[in-house]
Design a protein. Structure first.
Length: 106
């Protein structure tokens, strides 16, 4: 019985999927790092003190929610990069090993 939903891919398909996995992982790592770096909660010095300086208080900026989103994105990106590196290693090892022997040759 033929499975009409599964279509085996070629090595070129696998290589392009690994490349997409690596690129997406790097993009997610960079985006997560930018979110973490820019939104880390901290206190900034007062910039608008008013006319008489009576309301001159430092203000808190940043958001822990956005930092958590950045951490989640960077984590997923790290896993994608790891998956791509391992996949490329397996692919290069398979190329170096040559074709598998057929079951009749074993």
């Amino acid at each position: 019985m033929e499975n009409r939903y599964y279509k085996p891919g070629t090595p070129d398909d696998a290589e392009s999927r690994l490349r997409v996995c690596l690129i997406a992982g790097i993009v997610l790592c960079v985006a997560g790092g930018v979110l973490i770096g820019t939104q880390w909660p901290h206190t900034e010095a007062a910039t608008d003190c008013g006319m008489f300086g009576s309301s001159c208080e430092p203000e808190d900026v940043g958001s822990w929610g956005v930092v958590a989103l950045g951490i989640a994105g960077a984590t997923v990106g790290n896993w994608l990069v790891l998956l791509g590196i391992i996949g490329y290693g397996v692919m290069l090892g398979r190329r170096a090993a040559g074709p598998l022997p057929s079951p009749a040759d074993r």
